[in-house]
Design a protein around this ligand. Structure first.
Ligand code: 9MR
Length: 352
């Protein structure tokens, strides 16, 4: 048999390819999370830090490779998009939407109405009385209309109101409640729906993974709003957990009762922190927490997306807020896969 001789150019090409391949971690050959999630008919998402996306190639590549849904960690919040009254700055948010489009990713909008990260002109005006209740309601209407309108057709899920209940199930005593009364919630949903009728509109909060006073307050609110034909279509469970607190009970039951109302559900900001330093045992426990939430999501067709609040410990918000805690994401600071990443991949592989 004639010995096959490879043309020289092809041989060079092949060895170059082999070199490149060999330089990558073996895990680069495993299917990315988004491919596995596609098969399970789920969007797998991450929050995106726009500074890291601009400056860090590994961050950018991982964002593109692993995820099918992106959430702006900060750049769609009110203080970012309207830093001066009446002057909008969509530049960073537009950049995120462009990146998502270029990589075939969907965008979750976060967030239209919150008590944090409000522009200083607004909080100051309310505090010194120069903005009264009637004007504040008009400002909120305009904000929601402008922001949802700007991104119309490009956001599949909007966090319309964020963190409006306390853990005991009472409404949070925010400036919105103080000045506008509880009807601001229904108003926000109606205004958002008018600006983009196709986007799915979500309530969103933390400490609502299981059945408890806070998640029950959301359930009762959603039931009431839907009975009144207010366009609220989704319940977003943030999923900021810590292994030192135990895994919440009744997560599947909680999802099921919102599904029974005809609503979508989503895990919107999942991370699992621990007291540092991390060790093998804590990382293994963390993996079971990520998997526990994802399994609950995969267990119901109503759960449409599962988003982690950052995928690498390099940029996580946790250590800056909870002193001595961290290691909360599926990849470590050097982008190496932790047991949590493997647990997510395994759960997705098993499908719905
Ligand atoms: O991760 C966000 C961090 O960069 C900001 O400094 C912080 C400001 O409050 O908000 C963080 O994101 C929050 C999200 O918008 C709403 N749920 C809680 C998240 C973590 O604090």
């Amino acid at each position: 048999m004639k010995h096959f001789r490879m043309p020289a150019a092809a041989a060079v090409l092949l060895s170059a390819t082999l070199l490149v391949t060999a330089a990558q971690p073996a895990s680069a050959h495993e299917p990315p999370l988004r491919a596995l999630a596609d098969r399970a008919d789920l969007r797998i998402g991450t929050a995106v830090d726009m500074t890291a996306l601009a400056d860090d190639t590994a961050y950018r590549r991982t964002t593109a490779r692993e995820f099918s849904s992106l959430t702006a960690e900060n750049v769609m919040k009110w203080e970012s998009v309207e830093p001066q009254r009446g002057t909008y700055d969509w530049s960073k948010a537009d950049e995120l939407v462009r990146f998502a489009r270029a990589h075939g990713q969907a965008v979750r909008g976060h967030t239209l109405l919150w008590h944090n990260q409000l522009p200083a002109w607004l909080t100051t005006g309310v505090a010194d009385g120069s903005i009264d209740a009637a004007e504040l309601r008009g400002i909120l209407h305009r904000h929601i209309t402008a922001e949802v309108g700007h991104f119309k057709g490009r956001i599949y899920q909007w966090d319309v109101v964020n963190e409006v209940f306390n853990d005991d199930g009472s409404l949070r005593d925010s400036l919105w409640l103080q000045k506008l009364g509880p009807s601001y919630i229904a108003d926000a949903f109606r205004w958002a729906h008018a600006a983009d009728p196709k986007a799915k509109l979500f309530l969103n909060d933390y400490n609502v993974e299981g059945v408890n006073a806070k998640s029950t307050a959301y359930y009762e609110l959603a039931k009431k709003l839907r009975a009144e034909k207010v366009p609220v279509q989704g319940f977003g469970i943030q999923g900021h957990l810590g292994i030192q607190y135990g895994f919440p009970g009744d997560v599947s039951e909680n999802l099921a009762r919102f599904a029974d109302l005809g609503m979508q559900t989503a895990f919107t900001e999942v991370d699992v922190r621990m007291i540092l330093p991390a060790d093998a045992e804590k990382l293994a426990k963390q993996a079971t927490y990520f998997r526990g939430l994802l399994d609950a999501c995969l267990g119901t067709r109503s759960c449409k997306s599962f988003t982690v609040w950052g995928f690498t410990d390099k940029y996580s918000w946790v250590p800056g807020v909870f002193t001595g805690q961290g290691a909360a994401t599926p990849l470590d600071e050097a982008y190496a896969k932790k047991p949590a990443y493997t647990a997510l991949a395994e759960a997705l592989s098993e499908g719905r």
